[in-house]
Design a protein around this ligand. Sequence first.
Ligand SMILES: NC(=O)c1ccc[n+]([C@@H]2O[C@H](COP(=O)([O-])OP(=O)(O)OC[C@H]3O[C@@H](n4cnc5c(N)ncnc54)[C@H](OP(=O)(O)O)[C@@H]3O)[C@@H](O)[C@H]2O)c1
Length: 235
Amino acid sequence: MHMSLDGKIVGDYLATSVGMASQREFHALAYGPQRHYRSHKGWLSGRITTEDNFTHYRTPDLNKAAAAVPDGDYIAVPDAPMNYFSIDPAGQLGWQKNSIDYFDTNAHVVEVLSGKASNAYKDLLRRLGISYLIAGDDTLDLAQAVEKIGANFGGEELMLGGGGGLNWSFIRAGLCDEVSIVLTPAADGTKGAQTLFEADDRYTTPLPTAFDLQDIQKLDDGSLWLRYTVTGPIN
Ligand SMILES: NC(=O)c1ccc[n+]([C@@H]2O[C@H](COP(=O)([O-])OP(=O)(O)OC[C@H]3O[C@@H](n4cnc5c(N)ncnc54)[C@H](OP(=O)(O)O)[C@@H]3O)[C@@H](O)[C@H]2O)c1
C-alpha cells in the first residue's frame, strides 16, 4: 500500500507531483520489472477499490435469460504473468473487458465471488473471458479464496492491495504476514478520508493490534518504505 503522512489512502494528495512520484516508487516495488516482491502472480483488491479505479460504478450488462453455466470455478487465462484478484462477493462489478492497466502493468481480471453471485453474472464473466473463483456460500470465505488463488494461479506470495476494509479483514483473519507501506511525504488533511485499515461492521470489528518493524528504507523520491510483520492482537 501507499499512504499519506497522515495514514490516508485516498485524497487530493495522490494526483500531485509528490503523490505521483511516490506511487511510481510503490508500483516499482510491487509490480515493476525489477520489483522487490517477485513471487506473486497478482494482487487482491476490494470491490470499492475496483469501482473507484476500474469499473466506475457501471451496471453489469447481464443476460437474465442466459443458459445455466457449469458449476464451479472458471479459469479463462491460467498463465497470465500478472492477475488482478477482484473481491466481489455478490457479483456486482460492471466489467467490460478481462484485463486492467495500472501504470505499465497489464493484469488479467479474476473475479472472487461467493455463492451469492448469479448465473447471469457468471455468464457475463465467461463471455468477457474473465476468470472467476467461488469461495464461500452466503459470504466470502477469505481463507478459501487465498487457497484457490494459490491452487489455480500459483505464486508463493499474494499481494493484498486494499482498500482499508479488505486490509483490515485480512489482518483480523490472520491471513496477512507482512505490511509493506510506501509512506508518501505529503498530506491533504481531509477529515474522514479512508485510512490504511478500516473496520467495516458488516465484516470486522476494531481491535488493538501490534506490528513489528522489520525494515525501513528511504526511497529516491523521499518516500519511506516501511515493512512490518503482524504481531497480532494486544491488551
Ligand atoms: N493508496 C492505496 O494504496 C490504495 C489501495 C487500494 C485502494 N485504495 C482506495 O481505497 C478505497 C476503497 O477502500 P474501502 O475500504 O472502502 O473498500 P475495499 O476494501 O476496496 O472494498 C470493500 C468491499 O469488499 C467486499 N468484501 C467482501 N468481503 C469482505 C471482507 N471480509 N472484508 C472487507 N470487504 C469485503 C465488500 O463488497 P460488498 O459491498 O459487495 O459486500 C466491501 O464493501 C478506494 O477509494 C481506493 O481507491 C487505496
